[in-house]
Design a protein around this ligand. Structure first.
Ligand SMILES: Nc1ncnc2c1ncn2[C@@H]1O[C@H](COP(=O)(O)OP(=O)(O)OP(=O)(O)O)[C@@H](O)[C@H]1O
Ligand code: NI
Length: 275
């Protein structure tokens, strides 16, 4: 990969959805530049358009009921307008997605192992045995005990937090160049949250993965992000280096967001955990 290049470059992104009153514009002229090995935080109050933005970037919005305009370049390749089949080969391999609600990503009738191994094999030439080994080690890295047993379980047999970690393991095991993480740790207890964040951080440092991190938890953002973009009503109203943003917020909306939540928790928890 060329160093100077942005891994994911989004420009002029407009997203609108069909409603009974006509097209409703939800994301306006969004620009994003994601660099190799960097974490871009995306924050903003509930309903500001963060998840819609992710879905648009990943071409996962229903084409019949929504409209995505603009350019979404992944390693120099335009994603906007790709056919669903072409997009499926990109998803999970070049770009990983950790979604807000993991329940829907799993098929209830297949075991975790079956789904994990199939996902790996659909993108690689690995044998079943190799794919199985990769799956088990990826589950271990997510702090999941007894990974072999989890592989034999069906989704309903796991807790929400466990499923979330399984999904993260699936999303990142093939080392995609970009990971889009929408509230990846919200459903997890503090210790597991740390483990998952550590794994994401490792992915970025070891593989140069570029991460778009959405979180309500400004502690998580301050810990991991290099740059932060602030979204309000479908617009990026401010984007800055993480220290700059927390120390000298410019936009009145950013100031309000920072006042609403203290930034301390994760740092304090980290100090307690890292001895
Ligand atoms: N299909 C749809 N039709 C109409 N409006 C929609 C549709 N999907 C989403 N919206 C609206 O788009 C806006 C953005 O929603 P989105 O889920 O992206 O917000 P968010 O920033 O991810 O919020 P949260 O932090 O709660 O996850 C919301 O106002 C939502 O009501
Ligand atoms: Ni959301």
């Amino acid at each position: 990969m060329e160093k100077h290049r942005n891994v994911l470059q989004v420009s002029g992104l407009n997203v609108a959805v069909k409603t009974e009153q006509g097209m409703l514009s939800l994301v306006h002229n969004l620009q994003l530049d994601m660099k190799p090995g960097k974490v871009l935080g995306l924050v903003g109050e509930s309903g500001s358009g963060k998840t819609i933005t992710c879905l648009a970037l990943l071409q996962l919005l229903n084409q019949k009921t929504s409209q995505v305009e603009g350019s979404i370049q992944l390693n120099g390749r335009e994603l906007n307008g790709l056919k669903p089949k072409e997009m499926r080969s990109v998803l999970g391999k070049e770009i990983g997605y950790i979604m807000q609600n993991p329940m829907h990503t799993f098929t209830p009738v297949f075991t975790i192992g079956n789904q994990f191994v199939e996902t790996i094999r659909s993108h690689t030439d690995l044998t079943k045995k190799q794919a199985n080994e990769l799956a088990v080690s990826s589950l271990e890295a997510m702090n999941l005990q007894e990974p072999a047993k989890i592989m034999r379980n069906y989704p309903f047999q796991l807790s929400g937090g466990m499923l979330q970690r399984v999904m993260i393991a699936i999303s990142i095991c093939l080392r995609p160049s970009v990971v889009i993480a929408d509230e990846p740790t919200t459903a997890l207890d503090v210790t597991t949250q740390m483990q998952v964040l550590k794994e994401l951080d490792r992915l970025r440092t070891e593989c140069g993965t570029s991460i778009l991190l959405i979180s309500h938890d400004l502690g998580v953002i301050s810990e991991l992000a290099d740059e932060v973009a602030v979204m309000q009503k479908g617009r990026i109203v401010e984007k800055a280096d993480v220290f700059q943003l927390f120390d000298h917020p410019q936009h009145v909306y950013t100031k309000k967001l920072l006042q609403a939540r203290p930034v301390l928790p994760i740092n304090e928890q980290m100090k307690k955990l890292v001895i």
